[in-house]
Design a protein around this ligand. Sequence first.
Ligand SMILES: [Zn+2]
Length: 345
Amino acid sequence: MSAVPVTEIRRCTRCVLPSTFPGVSFDADGLCSMCQEAPPAPEFDKIRGNLRRKLEEVFAAHRGKAEYDVIVAFSGGKDSSYTLMTLARTYGLKCLAVTIDNGFIAEQAQKNLRVVTASLGIDFLLFTPAPVFMNDLYKTSATTAVHTKAALTRASSMCNSCINLINNHMVKLALEKSVPIIAGGYIGGQVPKDSVLMVMDLDVQARFRSEAIKRYVKHFGPDAASYFGISDALVARSPLRKINIVNPMLAFGVTEDRIIEEIATLGWRKTSDTGSNSTNCLLNDLGIAVHYKQHGYNPYVNEIAEQVRTGLMSRAEALEKVQDIPDFARVERQARKIGLDWNEV
Ligand SMILES: [Zn+2]
């Protein structure tokens, strides 16, 4: 595997946040500013316990009232597979698993989508946006400033665009099917801190929607209006006024090894071609390489540092995940597919 080693970089002595990460500073002991503010790792068990109780209240309030209790944004990766398994089995929620096929789902991940939903006995929907739109979306995201600096600390530009499209699709489906809860499989560091439970007020959200759509249309062309927009008519037609958006992984507190062990019982198998930071997407390493070239840090480092800080990953394991950046030769085929020239990045 060819990769560019990241050397001679200063990293936090507790988590692995590098000095190149936006806004970070270090104290005399080499502790980063985020670690200085964070409680010690064992305290996170208590924090997660409180978050779980909050989620359980939401589940109890909505269970059994609609065709589905929850729409799960399901990538076939380890975290959303575990989320789906736990919501269905531990919490007894009627789940609808929904996957967006971005044209880059690894072969093993495609098998995992089928085997996980079949083992759990869950309905499964696959939506494939037009490849011509998706490829252009990725290329534009790699070459244009589409996202805020804060969003870019949590994921690469290419990932951010894709995530926003996925989130929008889930809201549309929730409205169409009157499903009161949408669940994502995001883990700490991938989403803002309060993302374990957010209540989307559809009337309030309408005010922001048109601005966001304009921005996406400007970058990605007129088709972006339907991929990133929700029509007022759909909102008006739906009996829902609020949607609960949950990211249960933030409350579960499970290690990667335990996740993989548990979902293996469903027939889930690890991919071998998606790099060290993804278990489903063949485009992920290109997103990392582009992000590193533009911003000088691995877009996964925030998430990985957060796992260390909260006691879910050892520092050694984390270092292994961030020490290399995929080099361009390894992702050239994917770059060609989206029409991206490395010199344009
Ligand atoms: Zn730190």
